[in-house]
Design a protein around this ligand. Structure first.
Ligand code: ZN
Ligand code: ZN
Length: 298
C-alpha cells in the first residue's frame, strides 16, 4: 500500500530542519521510505508543490492580482514569494535518480488548480515523466483558504459562502480531468469552520465531476493534524465517492520523514467502513487497482 502525497521540504523560511530547500541528499529520500515502511506503506509518491517551483511562475502568473480584497492578495503574494524557492527540474532529477537506485518511490506533483491557467500548467508539465499528478485548490481567487494567517476571512465572508466558493472551484478541478487524484478534497474545513450538516449539495458536483473524468480521490490523514481533527474527506463525502465508483489513494501529506504514512491505519479503517476494498496505484499516470491488504496495516 502506498503513501501518495509526500513533500520533501517544510514550508516557509529554512529553519535548519532537514536539508536546505532544493537539496536532495539520497539519505533524505530514504528516510521517508523507511518511515513509511515501518508503518506498512510499501511505496511513496513524492508530490512536491508546483507553486513552490520557480519554473511555475510564468504558467501560474500573479494569480492573486484578480483578488478584489487587497489584504488577501497581499498575504498570498508575500507567502508565494517566500515559499517559491524550489526548482522543478532539480526535484524531478532527484526523484528519478532515487527510482533508478531502486527505491520504491514514484514521481508525482501537487498541482495548484486555477481554471484560467490549468492549460498553461499542463503544457509546462508535459515533458516530465510523471507517475501521478494530484490536484489541489489552495487558493480561491487570491484567498489562501488553508492558511491560518487569513482564516479570519471565514468570518468576513460567512462559512457557508466560503464553502460554496471553495467547492465551486474544486468541482471544476474534478471535472477537468487535469490530474489523477484530488488532494485533501474538503480542506475548507481545515481550521475547524463547519456547517451544521455536511453540505451534500456542494459535494454532488465534485463527486459527479470526478466520476465522469475518471479522477481518484485521496484519503488523507493530514486532516487529523490540524484543528479539523478529521480525515479528508469526511465520512459522508467519502461514502458519496464510493457510491459513485471513484477510486481512492492513501495520503499523509507529510512535509518531513517522520510524518510519512502517519495514521495510515485510520485512513484504511475509514475507507473500509464506507465500503472500499481496494485502492488505486499509478505508474506513468496509468491507474491499476490493488486490494487493501489487511496484513499491511500496522
Ligand atoms: Zn495541499
Ligand atoms: Zn501537500
Amino acid at each position: 500500500m502506498g503513501d501518495y502525497h509526500v513533500h520533501l521540504h517544510p514550508h516557509g523560511p529554512y529553519r535548519g530542519v532537514g536539508p536546505e530547500p532544493g537539496d536532495y541528499p539520497a539519505s533524505h529520500l530514504e528516510a521517508y521510505v523507511e518511515a513509511a515502511a515501518a508503518r506498512g506503506a510499501s511505496e511513496i509518491a513524492f508530490t512536491e508543490h508546483l507553486y513552490r517551483c520557480v519554473e511555475a511562475e510564468a504558467a501560474l502568473g500573479p494569480f492573486w492580482e484578480t483578488e478584489p480584497r487587497r489584504d488577501l492578495a497581499d498575504q498570498t503574494r508575500t507567502f508565494v514569494d517566500e515559499d517559491r524557492v524550489l526548482s522543478l527540474d532539480r526535484y524531478v532529477e532527484a526523484v528519478v535518480a532515487a527510482k533508478d537506485r531502486g527505491l520504491p518511490v514514484l514521481l508525482g506533483l501537487e498541482v495548484d488548480f486555477f481554471p484560467d491557467t490549468i492549460d498553461a500548467v499542463l503544457d509546462l508539465l508535459a515533458p516530465y515523466p510523471w507517475d501521478v499528478l494530484i490536484g489541489s485548490v489552495h487558493w480561491v481567487g487570491g484567498w489562501s483558504i488553508d492558511h491560518a494567517d487569513v482564516a479570519w476571512e471565514f468570518e468576513r465572508r460567512g462559512v457557508r459562502r466560503a464553502y460554496e466558493d471553495y467547492f465551486t472551484v474544486e468541482a471544476q478541478l474534478a471535472a477537468s480531468g487535469a490530474v489523477d487524484v484530488l488532494a485533501h478534497v474538503d480542506v475548507v474545513k481545515k481550521h475547524g469552520h463547519r456547517l451544521p450538516e455536511p453540505p451534500v449539495d456542494l459535494y454532488g458536483p465534485v463527486v459527479d465531476g470526478a466520476a465522469r473524468s475518471g479522477t481518484a480521490v485521496e484519503v488523507s490523514t493530514a486532516g487529523l493534524r490540524v484543528p479539523a481533527a478529521e480525515i479528508y474527506p469526511e465520512p459522508t463525502l467519502l461514502g458519496m465517492f464510493h457510491e459513485a465508483g471513484v477510486p481512492i489513494t492513501f495520503a499523509s501529506d507529510a512535509h518531513m520523514p517522520a510524518d510519512a504514512a502517519r495514521d495510515r491505519n485510520r485512513a484504511v479503517e475509514l475507507a473500509r467502513r464506507v465500503g472500499y476494498t481496494d485502492r488505486a496505484a499509478f505508474r506513468q499516470r496509468r491507474r491499476t487497482q490493488v486490494p487493501i491488504d489487511e496484513e499491511e496495516v500496522r
